[in-house]
Design a binder for this molecule. Structure first.
Ligand code: COA
Length: 374
């Protein structure tokens, strides 16, 4: 048996950024266009007028101030309202692979390792740009990694579930090292015309290198333990799948082909599930709340994270104990907790304990308890 350790992480941040002000301006222009086009029906009472969005609401309800995206021109065009991502030929690298490779290179560089040291690539994300061949195998090929690769999808929990799969294989000895990559193009599955959720998501890619502790060449985080749980719920759902072509009529306008959620229910049901999951995991590992130096939580909503932090620690988290990145990145699905970990873990001291936790559609929740070494 080997001890798995996280030895490197990387974040690829897309070059384009949308502030709440830009987003709301475009959305409200779309509302004006729609209401003008359907003025007669609205007047006759057969159609409801669309309502404006507001910057104040977005910050108050979510804590989000801006988001990065792969294409802002389409999203901000009130006549388009979705990213315009060029269809690439099969001979070119896919867009997810391209983002993931950038994040993976950063993770390898931080660990002081090369492709030759890696035996597995897991591409863990909430949406894949195609059914097959696996995006992970394309990333493996672009990086020149031998061994094997596969895709997995557990929505917002994909990264922690991927880390558990990789850590277990390192522990068992079937691989030396794995790259878990999370290219999340959330802008592609967000309905930018829906006022209730148009502000929620952003794009990013993260990568985590997990290897045998004895192969670490510098400071690293020993994986003490991982724990995953799922419970079926329809409250966060996206029906887009390979069967969509069986209903070609009107498919483009089907609202269920994009991200949908019952946000209030998610808020209410996921909070107790996550708080209990973390408490049980820590108790099983003999980690007391006072032992925990840092919490790197999934980044969906600031109020939710504040609540979970308080519940887990048994007090108000102090500044820096539970870092948020969602004000800059928005919700980046599975990548959120890894961005927080990547940006806010370097200052921990040898022996410090921290916990990564993701949660989301499924419902799903995954936690990873780490101890800083070296
Ligand atoms: N601008 C202005 N007002 C808006 C608005 C917008 N963009 N969107 C909604 N509103 C209005 C609603 O119409 C409603 O008005 P009413 O009270 O007159 O009916 C009011 O604001 C409250 O709407 P609601 O949807 O209940 O807001 P909320 O406080 O629940 O916040 C979320 C919405 C989505 C931010 C919040 O529920 C949440 O974060 N839930 C968890 C989400 C999550 O973690 N999802 C996981 C995704 S992976």
């Amino acid at each position: 048996m080997y001890t798995p350790a996280i030895t490197g992480t990387g974040v690829f941040t897309p070059p384009e950024r949308i502030t709440n002000a830009e987003l709301v301006k475009a959305f409200n222009a779309y509302v004006d266009l729609q209401n003008a086009e359907h003025a007669a029906e609205i007047e006759a009472g057969t159609r409801e007028a669309l309502q404006y969005s507001s910057e104040e609401f977005i910050v108050k309800a979510s804590g989000i101030e801006s988001r990065y995206v792969m294409d802002k021109s389409g999203i901000l065009d009130p006549k388009v309202m979705h990213p315009l991502l060029r269809q690439r030929s099969d001979e070119e690298p896919g867009i997810m692979a391209e983002m993931a490779v950038e994040a993976a290179k950063l993770a390898l560089a931080q660990a002081g390792k090369t492709a030759a040291d890696v035996d597995l690539v897991i591409c863990a994300a909430s949406n894949m740009e195609r059914a097959y061949p696996a995006v992970a195998i394309e990333i493996q090929s672009l990086l020149g990694i031998k061994g094997f690769a596969f895709d997995m999808n557990v929505a917002c929990s994909s990264a922690t579930f991927g880390i558990q799969a990789a850590a277990d294989m390192v522990r068992a000895g079937s691989i030396r090292a794995a790259l878990v990559v999370n290219p999340e193009i959330c802008s592609g599955h967000l309905e930018w015309r829906d006022r209730d959720c148009h502000f929620i998501f952003g794009d990013v890619a993260t990568a985590t290198l997990i290897e045998r502790k004895e192969d670490a060449t510098g400071a690293h985080f020993e994986v003490l333990s991982t724990r995953c749980a799922t419970e079926f719920s329809n409250n966060i759902r996206n029906n887009n799948g390979y069967l969509r072509r069986s209903r070609p009529d009107g498919v483009a306008d089907r609202r269920d082909m994009q991200f949908m959620q019952n946000g209030r229910k998610v808020f209410k049901e996921v909070l107790p599930m996550v708080s209990q999951h973390i408490a049980d995991h820590m108790a099983a590992e003999g980690v007391a709340p006072s032992d925990l130096k840092r919490l790197w939580l999934h980044q969906a909503n600031k109020t939710m994270n504040d609540f979970i932090g308080k519940k887990v620690l048994g007090r108000e988290p102090e500044a820096g104990e539970q870092p948020n990145i969602l004000q800059d990145y928005a919700n980046t699905s599975s990548a959120g907790s890894i961005i927080a970990f990547s940006k806010y873990s370097g200052d921990l001291a040898t022996g410090d304990t921290g916990l990564i936790c993701s949660f989301g559609a499924g419902y799903s929740v995954g936690s990873v308890i780490l101890r800083r070494q070296g």
